[in-house]
Design a protein around this ligand. Structure first.
Ligand SMILES: Cc1cc2nc3c(=O)[nH]c(=O)nc-3n(C[C@H](O)[C@H](O)[C@H](O)COP(=O)(O)OP(=O)(O)OC[C@H]3O[C@@H](n4cnc5c(N)ncnc54)[C@H](O)[C@@H]3O)c2cc1C
Length: 408
């Protein structure tokens, strides 16, 4: 077995680890301290590379506690120290140029690899080593140091950072090893479950007719009426996808009712007025004309059938009850969730290391000495839209600051 020592050892070379190492690297170099990062995969930061459909939505100007699920005090402390403006300053320092798309930030290079490369250049410049293909399987304390075992080596270190991410997307790098290592250090784990996935819906016949439609919609689950999300939704022949659907997914169960408001741009009064005006303007046109200015064709046809209207009716013949049915469908069309998707299709996971066992200001473990736990390994998950990466970076940087303060 090879033996190697460092002052700071980070397990995992994903988003949170790279941010932690990048923040710490200049301080460590000044003090002649060695940072090592172990990465199980042959290539590091694989989730950064596939994030945001390969474009990496790395933060969101709206990052605030209401965009996260989990311990609100913990999240508030993390975001207080590292709001989105700090995140942008951090990437300015790394030399990343970015664009703002409705509050979501992406590299101008149009490729997630730009984010990874900025990190790697920075770390190389400060002499931080990333050892790829090294899977940590065991951690233990030995004489005031941490000992970390991989398949062929033992690493000794004063400060140990667990940045192993979650179980989500195992085909890329997701694993439950982080939970195992945290347990070895005395931590409790809330059982993880998939989060941020698209839904399969039961209404297959309807879906086939509207598959391919992408439009703005407001969506919510019957049992969580306050959590309403407006964004672009995509219909497939199997179900629905989109940032708004992903954000709701952690609360979905087979049989859950999903409501879709197809016209979030209208208030109830505005929609009533629009439909009445349209009927007055074109009294002799057929039913479809009522909606042709606001909905895609295939959705209008589906709605006409589901609201039991006659295609050849003229607008002048529509009754108040017909109008009510149309509005009911447009504003809250119920669908039924057929099943939740597995970790392989989930962008993130619920559960993880209990936040009550970690100091929110420093990310220091309350269970073990000089141990830090960062990123998605913690029991916090986020809405879709750059919030997960923001959290990973934020926790990495807070941990780095505390390690930096205690390095000497
Ligand atoms: C398809 C997809 C798209 C996404 N898009 C976005 C997006 O656009 N915006 C956004 O905010 N979030 C996005 N996310 C979520 C985001 O990628 C994660 O929240 C983020 O990467 C978590 O950072 P992390 O450092 O905690 O874990 P990760 O980035 O997953 O890094 C953990 C690393 O640790 C390594 N590791 C684990 N265990 C060990 C071990 N025992 N020994 C050695 N190494 C180990 C893993 O191989 C991995 O490289 C996306 C996720 C997926 C799957």
């Amino acid at each position: 077995m090879r033996e190697e020592s460092s002052d700071i050892l980070i397990i995992g070379a994903g988003a949170s680890a790279l941010a932690c190492a990048a923040e710490l690297a200049p301080i460590a170099k000044k003090q002649n301290k060695k940072i090592l990062i172990l990465e199980a995969q042959k290539v590091c930061a694989r989730k950064i590379l596939i994030s945001g459909n390969g474009r990496c939505n790395f933060t969101n100007i709206a990052a605030a506690p209401d965009k996260y699920y989990g311990d609100k005090n913990f999240i508030t402390e993390i975001l207080k120290q590292f709001p989105p403006t700090e995140c942008l300053k951090f990437f300015d320092k790394l030399g990343l140029k970015y664009i703002n798309e409705n509050g979501r930030y992406f590299p101008i290079a149009g490729k997630a690899s730009a984010v990874k490369e900025c990190f790697l250049n920075w770390l190389e410049n400060y002499g931080v080593q990333i050892l790829e293909g090294q899977t940590a399987t065991q951690i233990k304390r030995n004489k005031n140091l941490w000992e970390v075992k991989t398949q062929d080596s033992i690493f000794k270190t004063k400060f140990l950072v667990l940045a192993c991410g979650s179980k989500a997307y195992p085909q890329i790098s997701g694993t439950d090893l982080g939970y195992t290592l945290a347990r070895q250090a005395g931590h409790k784990i809330k059982t993880p479950a998939p989060a941020l996935f698209g839904f399969d819906l039961q209404e297959k016949k309807a879906l086939i007719r509207i598959a391919g439609i992408k439009m703005q919609a407001r969506v919510w689950l019957e049992n969580y009426p306050k959590n309403q999300q407006t964004d672009e939704i995509t219909f497939t022949s199997r179900g629905v996808n989109g940032n708004n659907i992903l954000t709701l997914s952690r609360n979905a169960k087979p049989g859950s009712k999903l409501f879709i408001d197809f016209l979030p741009q209208f208030t109830d009064i505005e929609l009533t007025k629009y439909l009445q005006d349209r009927a007055k303007q074109f009294p002799n046109l057929k039913t479809k004309a009522l909606l042709s200015g606001i909905l895609p064709d295939s959705l209008i046809n589906l709605l006409i059938d589901f609201a039991h209207l006659r295609k050849n009716n003229r607008l002048i013949d529509l009754t108040p009850s017909n109008f009510a049915k149309i509005k009911e469908k447009l504003e809250a069309w119920p669908f039924t969730v057929a099943g939740i998707r597995p970790f392989e299709e989930a962008y993130s996971a619920t559960g993880g290391v209990l936040t009550s066992e970690v100091n929110a200001a420093t990310l220091r473990s309350k269970c073990a000495n000089n141990l830090f736990i960062i990123g998605e390994l913690l029991d916090i998950d986020a809405f879709c839209g750059g919030y997960s990466l923001h959290f990973a970076f934020a926790t990495g940087i807070s941990a780095a600051k505390n390690i930096g303060d205690n390095l000497c």
